[in-house]
Design a protein around this ligand. Structure first.
Ligand SMILES: [Zn+2]
Length: 143
């Protein structure tokens, strides 16, 4: 990405540089114009825009999973690595309750963890280990 940008910079013609300088005088307006163009682009390419958003939320999810997987994209209990079955588990249980309390679920929950600076008490678990943990916790309460 960076390389492409540098190449574009080099290949700017005088006219383009002139235009760049011209628009630099109106930075706020230009930003506004860019925002409009971006919105237009999103309207014209809904599929591409969705894919872009998906890859962005996917990136956050991977970051959060890796953080709570102790630096690895894997279940901390069994080492399972298929991210489709990995999710964040609240170490002391009540994960679902807490998510409800926060009013966040799914991707919003992941970005919440990231923006909050990764609070303690979470771990990355695969679905198997989560179900086993849930089962075991119930058994504990009975005893
Ligand atoms: Zn596991």
């Amino acid at each position: 990405m960076y390389v492409i940008m540098v190449m574009m910079e080099v290949e700017l013609t005088d006219a383009e540089l002139e235009e760049k300088r011209f628009w630099a005088q109106f930075e706020p307006e230009r930003r506004h114009r860019q925002a409009e163009q971006t919105a237009l682009w999103h309207q014209m390419h809904p599929d591409r825009a969705r894919a872009l958003k998906r890859s962005y939320t996917q990136k956050i999810k991977l970051e959060v999973l890796a953080h709570y997987g102790n630096g690895k994209l894997a279940c901390v209990k069994c080492g399972f690595t298929d991210i489709r079955a990995l999710s964040i588990d609240h170490v002391n249980g009540n994960g679902a309750q807490e998510r409800k309390g926060l009013g966040k679920s799914g991707t919003a929950f992941y970005s919440h963890l990231k923006t909050q600076g990764y609070s303690e008490g979470y771990q990355t678990l695969c679905m198997n280990c989560q179900w086993i943990k849930r089962f075991e916790n119930k058994e504990h309460r009975k005893n």
